[in-house]
Design a protein around this ligand. Structure first.
Ligand code: DC
Length: 220
């Protein structure tokens, strides 16, 4: 059985998906991390990420693998664990652009399908219910207003002792949404058969419980 969770940046997908997967005994697959690792490769190799042709050539040299340490997904870029390097604003902005290219998506699609064919996965991303796992038994589209998503991100940064500016965070989120929703290939979109969960006024526990309820209602 596979569960697909899609939604925009900052809707809490990865925190929620990780916890729900653990409680349900599913393998958690964060596909955004794969796109981030590809973006990191472009940054490290000084590839102009706005040049689709150059990125499409370079991506042939990228091998992405996943492994799990203490239940946490680790992302390997050409054999090197890059988990701690892929959450920077530079990687976020680059990934939003490079993930719009066909060659990049093709490179990751087979890997994603293969993992889901071999395991019971809870996979999160933007196109999981629409493209990667169109036959997933349960599809969830998680969303929240851009204001709430921005405030959550702001809080996270402040708690980590980093500097943050709320209005530019919200602007950044809206820009990424716009790019993710309007790209030609595999745009961010709610699948027709996905359940919409708006997390704006929900706690993490409430959302995790909702996902477990939805899963249990289809297994009965
Ligand atoms: O979920 P995230 O912020 O880690 O995703 C990073 C980028 O990758 C984001 O701009 C959207 C893109 N992405 C995608 O295009 N398709 C996916 N299945 C997952 C992420």
């Amino acid at each position: 059985m596979n569960i697909a969770i899609d939604g925009p940046a900052g809707a809490g997908k990865s925190t929620i998906a990780r916890r729900a997967a653990r409680e349900l005994g599913f393998l958690y697959v964060d596909t955004g991390a794969m796109y981030r690792a590809v973006a990191l490769y472009m940054i490290n190799n000084n590839i102009d990420f706005s040049d689709e042709e150059k990125v499409s050539l370079a991506v042939k040299n990228v091998n992405i693998d996943l492994c799990y340490e203490n239940d946490e997904q680790q992302i390997l870029l050409n054999g090197k664990n890059v988990n701690s390097l892929i959450r920077t604003p530079e990687v976020s902005a680059t990934a939003s652009k490079t993930s719009s290219y066909k060659a990049v998506r093709e490179r990751l699609l087979d890997l994603q399908k293969d993992i889901a064919a071999k395991n019971s996965v809870l996979m999160d991303g933007r196109d999981i219910g629409t493209v990667v796992l169109p036959n997933a038994e349960l599809k969830i589209f998680l969303t929240a207003s851009s204001k709430v998503r921005g405030e959550r991100r702001y809080k996270e940064l402040i708690e980590r002792g980093e500097k943050a500016d709320l209005s530019s965070i919200i602007k950044d989120i809206e820009k990424r949404d716009e790019q993710d929703r309007n790209r030609a290939i595999a745009p961010l979109k709610q699948a027709d058969d996905a359940v919409l969960v708006d997390t704006s006024d929900m706690s993490i526990d409430e959302v995790v419980n909702r996902i477990i309820e939805l899963k249990n209602s289809i297994s009965e």
